[in-house]
Design a protein around this ligand. Structure first.
Ligand SMILES: Nc1ncnc2c1ncn2[C@@H]1O[C@H](COP(=O)(O)OP(=O)(O)OP(=O)(O)O)[C@@H](O)[C@H]1O
Ligand SMILES: [Mg+2]
Length: 366
């Protein structure tokens, strides 16, 4: 069971959207996923189709000592879809800090409840409230990873240091291994400004930044108001594809036989975090698309977060399209984008079906 807390005290940066859509994508890729709505606003609860006013039991009834209807975590779980489950929130959660103010070990309350569920889920995602209070500390204490959404604004930098300080505090004072990862959200590719912020985030956080970028997409907002992840609302929209790429990226780190990104794994509290690929031999790989008559060819895959950009363009050489890349050993999926049309590699017999029913080409390096 791998626990990811989605946290940032800045309001409206995409925490709930990320929790709901990343968990739906992981479930779509065959993982059993539990979402814990840990925000009294209960937006993840409504985003997954449940009316918080009609919910009978919530996470409050699991963690409270005062609740008249004390429950264990298992018994408040609601099923959303085949692999996706939810522990709903309620406004009462906002009273919990006050209620437990004299209790020893109150920061580990959620962790204790979760540890009884060991093995039942592959992934647990916790949607945190927009503050660094008792609930967020509980979530960080329960997590292997903190995923920090940052929207494309220089203001989003404000406060991240504070969150990182809290993460360090949890490592040191609560003696709990937890690492973090930055996710760029609400990227508007029409604005030059987005690219400035992207560069600044990459410069500041380096390899801690997810390769996948979440673009601004109105369907993400629309689907939330319909109580659905974008994947269930319009699976071809950009938002659904971005979060599916994020899920794949995450799985490629977490479930690769040889972890590609050591930074993604929990670190020991005192160990400096290792960075991706630092001590890994890279292998040169050449991708070739054979048809010289097409106008442009891009390559997108696990190795570049399924993004199409200048750096993923193939060059025409000696009558074929070519792209060389240095990759760490591992197993990758990729596709070509030929004159705007996605297709698998016609020269590569190794293929596997993707969730859209199309074929991804497979590559083993090393
Ligand atoms: N990539 C996106 N494109 C378009 N709209 C988005 C995107 N991500 C989030 N939104 C919208 O922005 C608003 C805020 O997003 P969200 O609720 O996920 O943020 P949050 O960090 O959980 O907020 P809070 O701090 O209040 O919990 C929502 O209306 C959501 O639908
Ligand atoms: Mg939220």
């Amino acid at each position: 069971m791998y626990v990811i807390a989605v946290a940032n005290q800045k309001g409206g940066c995409g925490k709930t959207t990320t929790t709901v859509n990343l968990s739906a994508s992981l479930a779509y890729l065959g993982k059993k996923v539990l979402v814990i709505d840990f925000d009294p606003q209960a937006h993840a609860t409504s985003g997954l189709g449940f009316d918080p006013d009609k919910i009978e039991f919530s996470i409050y009834d699991v963690l409270s000592s005062l609740s008249q209807q004390k429950k264990d975590l298992d018994s408040v779980v609601q099923q959303v879809s085949e692999n996706l489950f939810l522990v709903p929130s309620s406004i009462l959660l906002s009273t919990l800090e006050q209620e437990l103010s004299d209790e020893i070990g109150r920061e580990t309350r959620l962790w204790s409840a979760l540890s009884q569920m060991k093995g039942q889920y592959d992934y647990v995602l916790i949607d945190c409230p927009p503050n660094l209070g008792f609930l967020t500390i509980n979530a960080l204490r329960s997590a292997n990873e903190v995923l920090i959404p940052l929207e494309m604004s220089f203001f989003s930098f404000n406060g991240v240091n504070q969150l990182l300080d809290i993460i360090n505090l949890v490592r040191e004072r609560l003696n709990h291994n937890v690492d973090y990862r930055i996710l760029m959200t609400m990227f508007d590719s029409r604005l030059q400004y987005s690219y400035y912020v992207q560069d600044a985030i990459k410069e500041r956080f380096g390899d801690k930044v997810c390769k996948t970028i979440i673009h601004i997409n109105v369907k993400l907002r629309e689907s939330a108001s319909h109580g659905k992840p974008a994947l269930y609302y319009d699976k071809y929209c950009r938002g659904a594809k971005d979060y599916l790429s994020l899920a794949r990226e995450l799985l490629s780190y977490l479930e690769a036989p040889e972890p590609l990104d050591k930074g993604w794994k929990p670190q020991s509290p005192s160990a400096p975090s290792k960075e991706m690929g630092r001590d890994m031999p890279l292998r040169m790989v050449e991708f070739i698309f054979p048809d010289p008559n097409v106008k442009e060819v891009y390559i997108a895959g696990d190795f570049n977060g399924w993004r199409i950009g200048e750096d993923s363009k193939l060059e025409k050489r000696n009558g074929v399209w070519v792209k060389s890349m240095a990759l760490p050993p591992g197993r990758y999926r990729y596709r070509f984008v030929v004159d705007g049309k996605w297709m698998d590699d016609p020269n590569n017999p190794m293929k596997e079906k993707n969730p859209y029913g199309e074929l991804d080409s497979l590559l083993n390096v090393g």
